[in-house]
Design a protein around this ligand. Structure first.
Ligand SMILES: NC(=O)c1ccc[n+]([C@@H]2O[C@H](COP(=O)([O-])OP(=O)(O)OC[C@H]3O[C@@H](n4cnc5c(N)ncnc54)[C@H](OP(=O)(O)O)[C@@H]3O)[C@@H](O)[C@H]2O)c1
Length: 315
């Protein structure tokens, strides 16, 4: 299937491939799993609540009766949970792809995690940095790829995350946008480092435009928007899309054989549409900023990506 012909509703056969998705209990993570499973892939749904994982798995199997799917507890805001899940996944062998999707947009009142990090940064960035590093060897063994999830908000608010933990000047929105700038910058920095060290793993970034639960099919326990939410979402229909459609860019970055390491994917009409290559905000493409974020992640997580080991293991 060439780029021009890419049809997100009809993916190539992915039988025999294994993908791990964070934040798979609802939203874009759930629909990414749905699309991967429909194409025949084995999908590992991860999430922070056992009950929500059970519900999401049942909903997925209901929608895709022959889905090959399993679940794994993984709270990206807790480094202990990330390490435990990574150990389980490493024991399984090669991986084809890792979708670093879990995210908190509207943070709760508590701002700090058990590890002492700012919650939005921890959930959206630090946990994923640690997880991707911990899974570098299985990804290299599978000649797989990792996909980071960015946001168009990074083009509207171009914060340079000089204070990523937001010790001063915290607002929930700033925390969110900074976390997405950091995640996107890490996607590009990981690409540079993987190439430089000869590790056969691709690092890509994708964004879902503006995807709303209120414009998405209702699924019990997974997507149950109120009538008011649906009404308000439908008013914004010209510039929004469903989470099913929002997952297209993420899934294309994860599975298109022609998608290259360092790519940035998003909807063709920016907030909605078919997945195509897009241009990321300048602040996310600055290697000096990315290196600073990388160093912060190493320090905050204690994880150093095992580039040399992964390159050797893949030979
Ligand atoms: N929707 C958009 O328009 C949009 C735009 C730009 C970027 N994004 C990004 O896309 C990703 C998914 O967004 P979405 O719209 O699908 O959001 P969503 O519907 O709120 O789903 C978020 C998912 O992340 C999970 N999650 C939250 N905190 C977690 C944690 N500590 N550990 C593990 N999982 C956790 C949630 O699990 P629970 O069920 O346990 O809450 C849920 O499964 C996020 O990274 C978001 O920043 C979305």
């Amino acid at each position: 299937m060439t780029r021009a012909e890419w049809n997100p509703r009809e993916l190539s056969d992915l039988t025999g491939r294994t993908y791990v998705v964070t934040g798979a209990t609802k939203g874009l993570g759930f629909f990414s799993c749905d699309q991967l499973a429909r194409a025949g892939a084995h999908v590992i749904l991860t999430g922070r609540h056992p009950n929500r994982l059970v519900t999401a798995r049942a909903a997925l199997v209901h929608r895709v009766p022959d889905a090959s799917v399993e679940t794994l507890l993984l709270d990206t805001s807790k480094l202990g949970s990330v390490r435990a899940a990574a150990a389980t996944l490493r024991a399984r062998g090669a991986l084809d792809g890792l979708l670093l999707n879990a995210g908190v947009v509207h943070p709760p009142r508590a701002r700090e995690t058990v590890d002492g990090n700012e919650l939005v940064l921890a959930t959206n960035v630090l946990g994923h940095f640690a997880l991707a590093g911990e899974l570098l060897q299985p990804l290299a063994a599978g000649r797989g790829r990792m996909v980071w999830v960015g946001s168009i908000s990074t083009s509207l608010w171009k914060y340079d995350p000089v204070d990523p933990q937001l010790v001063t000047g915290y607002t929930p929105w700033r925390a969110y946008v900074q976390s997405k700038i950091a995640a996107t910058a890490l996607g590009f920095e990981a690409d540079r480092r993987l190439r430089a060290t000869g590790v056969p793993v691709r690092s890509l970034t994708a964004h879902p435009g503006y995807s709303m639960g209120g414009r998405t099919i209702g699924i019990r326990g997974v997507n149950e928007p109120s009538r008011k939410k649906r009404f308000l979402a439908n008013l914004q229909a010209p510039v929004t899309q469903s989470k099913e459609d929002g997952a297209w860019s993420l899934v294309r970055a994860l599975t298109d054989p022609e998608a290259e390491s360092g790519d940035f994917w998003g909807p063709d009409r920016v907030t909605r549409g078919l997945p195509r290559r897009a241009k990321a905000a300048a602040v996310t493409r600055d290697p000096a900023i990315a290196e600073r974020i990388w160093n912060l992640c190493e320090e905050a997580t204690g994880v150093r990506w095992p580039f040399a080991k992964a390159a050797r293991a893949a030979r």
